[in-house]
Design a protein around this ligand. Structure first.
Ligand code: GLA
Length: 739
């Protein structure tokens, strides 16, 4: 094991290190916990680089007797680990507390003691990274105290063997006899010395998720956040601080990924001397928490990753960690089934006959699962009713003898059966709402704000979560279901719970999330054989938090392959390909109206977990034959496509040509995808240089039998010439090492 956490007693320095990284923090004057270094592994830190002392106007000093006050030392500039409000640091702080008795808002935590534990303690009720062997990680827990508030703060730092990541979180414990109000409690802070890096973040919208933006950081505060009650399509809970000239294969970067699916906040502050402060955690917007005497509050955790080898390496670090130590259950390394989903084929307008026609076509093609999407429950014929009524809509499939019979029919065809749910929602037109209007998030004497004609259940309440759990179990215990798509089709408004008192309404956003996690945990525990797919109007809750429960997620409601090039490329910055589902849908595409070939649609959907989402009964025999061939191809290569190392080569955000590549762990097999978006009369012949191969391996392209050494493919490269005079084309090349 290479992981170690050292405490240098003499210099009061903690050094967390493994073969790749070092994270160093120390105890400064006044017992302040200072950040010293995060980056490439170093052997040892001698503490000769002390933070320089300089008297800076208007940056206050630590309290003391007049003769003792050091005017050159200020919290306002010192790189720290976790700063508090109102006590001398004017930058964004990690924690803001208010004393409930006198109303004073201030927090000032000073170092008390520490412990080092092998492995990683489990966080109750939250998604998290985990260990499989005790000796694969160590955790440092630093205890700090605010003496006035008699409150303890425990900062946790986990370092794994081999992985270039540090996992941080914070826990607050109220040791006083009074209530302490938490106005803000971040998962972590990372202060960096003056640094000219850029910020990468993933912005987007419904049907346009995870677009990449790279910006220069201005003086002041830049914020990436969600106030929607969900991690959202709009800003993903991931950022990276990168060298100005970062490329996929070179340059330094620090990634910051929150393991949380609710309101998040990333503030990146460039202070007046160009130092950087990154704070992330639950968004302080709409948040406060009454921490009763003896009670504790545990924050979600955040994954900091480091690379000096470019963005692709950073992504691979996240891909592996998320795949191996965030995703759980029997599907985490399993072959994911190729589904046919009826949503874009029928929308709400289906009956058993229509569904059967699709399944009859799907089975001989090699499709492995049928997923019945929205519309099978309550009295649901459109999106205006029935959410909350999770019992069969008997009339809907009556021509085929109902849901259980449909499931039987699917299983008889040797296919699996999946079903859509939207557990967190309620329609005003539902039995559940008529019985329990207070189950919805609503404020008395205020209108409810509709979105997609639906409302949000108050998942901060146990009885609401229990009700939905029982209803879902009722279905799962009577119909044989192999897969569940868990959707969430609107964001939160009127965030008020009728079960909490007036001082606790600031807890609802987070308690809601805890309720979602609780339901997910109960379901995945009770039904370990069911594969869950997360979804939120496409990829609206695509985050490491949901991945802990659901190993895959619907990437976007936009199934147009050209739009998907960007969406999947952007998603791959932070998330593994095994978590991204991608479907071949009809042309013209329902979201963009664009017409593309079946080859192009599959060529993009191969890069992830492949599925189909169109009315197979309307396709020609030739089209069906093509699909059968696509499925045979995917069956042969799923291991490489779902779990191989994903390498981005040419970006759709920059060029007309896009390229990406999959490399097997032993580097003996490679799949290269080249896409050309628009056709040109005078096309350039650009070159694609592969990456991640072994210099001296001899690779053979499996169709042409052309041979190349690894260093040849990586340095000389291959021409990326047009394959046809048309827009939207793809070529796929498969290489294997020859013995
Ligand atoms: C969301 C999902 C879609 C589909 C519909 C059904 O938009 O992302 O895939 O399930 O809901 O209403």
């Amino acid at each position: 094991m290479t992981v170690k956490i050292n405490f240098d007693e003499q210099h009061q320095i903690f050094h967390l290190t493994n073969q790749k990284i070092s994270y160093i923090l120390g105890i400064e004057e006044g017992q302040l916990l200072a950040q010293l270094y995060f980056g490439k592994k170093i052997t040892s830190y001698h503490n000769s680089r002390r933070y320089p002392r300089l008297d800076r106007g208007f940056s206050p000093n630590l309290a003391g007797q007049p003769a003792e006050i050091d005017r050159g030392f200020s919290k306002d500039v010192l790189p720290q680990e976790y700063s508090g409000n109102q006590t001398g640091d004017y930058r964004q702080t990690a924690i803001n507390l208010t004393d409930d008795v006198n109303g004073a808002s201030a927090a000032d935590f000073r170092y008390a003691d520490f412990k080092i534990v092998s492995g990683k303690p489990h966080l109750k009720g939250l998604p998290q990274t985990y260990i499989e062997k005790r000796d694969e990680a160590q955790t440092l827990i630093i205890h700090l105290i605010d003496a006035t508030l008699r409150t303890s703060l425990y900062l946790s730092y986990t370092i794994y063997d081999q992985r270039a990541v540090i996992i941080k979180s914070a826990k607050l414990v109220n040791n006083s006899d009074r209530i302490i109000r938490i106005d803000k409690i971040a998962s972590a802070q990372l202060d960096l010395p003056k640094n000219n890096c850029d910020l990468i973040s993933l912005y987007g919208a419904h049907v346009n998720e995870r677009q990449i933006q790279k910006n220069e950081l201005p003086f002041g505060i830049t914020e990436i956040s969600s106030r929607r009650g969900s991690s959202s399509h709009h800003f993903n809970p991931f950022i990276a601080l990168v060298d100005k000239h970062i490329s996929e294969t070179s340059g330094e970067a620090i990634g910051v990924q929150l393991v949380y699916s609710g309101n998040h906040q990333f503030t990146i502050e460039k202070d007046y001397i160009q130092q950087l402060r990154i704070i992330t955690g639950i968004n302080e917007y709409g948040f406060n928490w009454q921490l009763a005497p003896t009670a504790e509050f545990q924050t979600p955790e955040v994954i900091f990753a480091y690379t000096d080898k470019g963005l692709n390496d950073l992504s691979l670090t996240y891909h592996k960690l998320l795949r191996e130590r965030v995703a759980r259950g029997k599907f985490k390394y399993a072959k994911r089934p190729i589904v046919i989903n009826n949503w874009e084929a029928t929308y709400f307008d289906f009956n058993a006959t229509k569904i059967k026609a699709i399944i009859d076509k799907a089975a001989p093609l090699g499709i492995e699962m049928f997923v019945l999407d929205d519309g099978w429950f309550g009295k649901r014929d459109d999106d205006k009713s029935s959410l909350g009524d999770w019992y069969e809509y008997v009339d809907k499939l009556s021509d085929g003898g109902g849901l259980a019979n449909l499931a039987k029919m699917v299983h008889k065809k040797n296919m699996q059966f999946g079903l859509w749910f939207e557990p967190e929602m309620i329609s005003a037109d539902s039995k559940l709402y008529r019985q329990h209007p207070d189950y919805a998030l609503t404020i008395d004497n205020r209108e409810m704000t509709p979105s997609r004609d639906q409302y949000v259940l108050d998942f901060s309440r146990d009885e609401v979560v229990d009700n939905i759990f029982n209803q879902i179990c009722q279905i799962l215990d009577t119909v044989k279901i192999d897969y569940i798509k868990w959707d969430m089709n609107r964001h939160l408004t009127e965030v008020y719970s009728h079960a909490l008192n007036n001082t606790q309404q600031g807890e609802v956003y987070h308690r809601y999330m805890l309720g979602v996690y609780d339901l997910a945990e109960r379901l995945v525990t009770k039904y370990p054989d069911i594969l869950f797919e997360g979804c939120s109007g496409g990829g609206g809750r695509f985050d490491a938090g949901m991945l802990y429960y659901f190993p895959q997620s619907w990437t976007s409601d936009n199934t147009d392959p050209i739009a998907r090039l960007k969406i999947q490329y952007g998603t791959s910055l932070a998330y593994p390909l095994s978590s991204m589902t991608a479907h071949v849908s009809a042309s013209p595409n329902h979201q963009t109206g664009r017409q593309t070939s079946l080859a192009m649609r599959a060529g993009v959907a191969f890069a992830g977990v492949l599925g189909y989402e169109l009315d197979l009964s309307k396709l020609t025999d030739d089209e069906l034959k093509t699909i059968a061939m696509q499925i045979a191809f995917y069956q042969k290569h799923w291991q490489l496509l779902q779990y191989g190392d994903f390498k981005r080569i040419k970006s759709p955000f920059e060029e007309n040509e896009v390229a990406w590549e999959f490399v097997s762990a032993n580097q003996e097999e490679v799949m290269l995808f080249n896409y050309r978006i628009l056709s040109e009369a005078q096309p350039s012949f650009s070159i694609t240089k592969l990456t991640g191969l072994k210099d001296n391996y001899l690779y053979q392209e499996t169709t042409t039998h052309h041979q190349y050494y690894g260093d040849e493919l990586m340095n000389v490269g291959l021409y990326d010439a047009p394959v046809a005079k048309q827009d939207f084309t793809v070529t796929i090349k498969h290489f294997k090492k020859i013995k």
